[in-house]
Structures are given as C-alpha cells and as structure tokens.
Design a binder for this molecule. Structure first.
Ligand code: MN3
Length: 200
C-alpha cells in the first residue's frame, strides 16, 4: 500500500511570522512530498510495500542495499514528527510531568533549551536535534541526514529539522536564529508531553 503525505496539523500560514507560508509550501508540499513519492517508487511491487513505516525504517537501517529506502522512509517519518513538534503560539515552557523530568535531567527548562540549541546549531551539515527518552532517561541528541531515534531504540519526544531547507527562506544562513525562534515561538510542548506520557 502506498504511503501518503499527511496533511499539516495547521494551515500553511498558521506559524507566521516565525515560519512563513512560503517555507511550509516548499518544506511540506515539495520536500516532504518528494520523500513520500521517492519511497513509494523504491518499494513498488516489493515485499517492503507491506511493512509499516516504522518497520521499514528499522529494517533498512545499516543495510547498504536499502540506503535509499532508509533515507526516504526516515525522512517521511521525521517530517511528520517535526510538524507535530510545532504549533501556532508555541514556545514557552512545558508543564506537569515533563517539566519535572526536564528539571531533573537538565537542571532547568532554560538549561534544556541551551543544550538543545547547542545540539541543533552544532550538527555539522544536514540533520536533526531531538529530545528523546532513552531507557528512562531524558537526553538531547543530534542525528545526521535522515537518522532518527527509532534506530537507536529511543523514543522521540520533540525534534527540530536543521536541514538548510527548513530555514533558508526565512533566516538564510542564520541557523542559530531559526533554532531560537523554534524554542521561543514554535515548540509544541503539548505534543512533547503526550509523547513523554506514551513513552514512559
Ligand atoms: Mn526538512
């Protein structure tokens, strides 16, 4: 069964002025769509067609014959997860159990933000910054290209896409400004809290 591009959980202009409609037009409508199309072309008529997206990602990781499948399947998953890591009027701080866990793991929400920003800015080239739950411990991680926490056996709670296509139209080369805007105005802490509750 062919995979489909999930619709954005908000309108394309809903994240303005922090993330432009033009960025979402390209990022969701072209980049994310291209990963879906490429993946469907790569698995057409093959046994992989019957696998779930998560199973495809795990089974194609580190298999040299399936690099294309891994890259496109993981990028389909990563982008869907990223859209849900954002919301109009986002940012601020988490509450409840997630806030308590972040305070315990990082010292404070501010310290968490510093660590997350350092990971996102420090990822050399394309990739992703994540808040994950790893064997019960909250961690900030970064991954190159399409790699994601699923293949490390971790549960993803939150992500920021730091491929240039995520910010170039709005911020040009200023990745630190994009990541700061993500933390201050776009983070969907409700989604992160729901992922945390599910993963615990
Ligand atoms: Mn992207």
């Amino acid at each position: 069964m062919a995979f489909e591009l999930p619709p954005l959980p908000y309108s394309k202009s809903a994240l303005e002025p922090h993330m432009s409609e033009r960025t979402l037009d390209f990022h969701h409508g072209r980049h994310h769509q291209a990963y879906v199309t490429n993946l469907n072309n790569l698995i057409k008529g093959k046994p992989e067609e019957r696998q779930s997206l998560e199973d495809l990602i795990r089974s194609s990781h580190r298999d040299e014959a399936k690099t294309g499948i891994f890259n496109n399947a993981a990028q389909v998953w990563n982008h869907t997860f990223f859209w849900n890591s954002l919301k109009p009027g986002g940012g601020g701080a988490p509450s409840g159990a997630l806030q308590a866990a972040i305070n315990a793991a990082f010292g404070s929400v501010e310290k968490f933000k510093e660590e997350f920003k350092a990971a996102a800015v420090g990822q050399f080239g394309s990739g992703w910054a994540w808040l994950v739950l790893d064997k019960g411990a909250l961690k900030v991680t970064k991954t190159p290209n399409a790699v994601n926490p699923l293949v490390e056996g971790q549960s993803a709670l939150l992500t920021c896409d730091v491929w240039e296509h995520a910010y170039y139209l709005d911020f040009q080369n200023r990745r630190p400004d994009f990541v700061q805007t993500f933390l201050d105005h776009l983070v969907n802490w409700d989604s992160a809290a729901a992922n945390f509750a599910k993963a615990r």
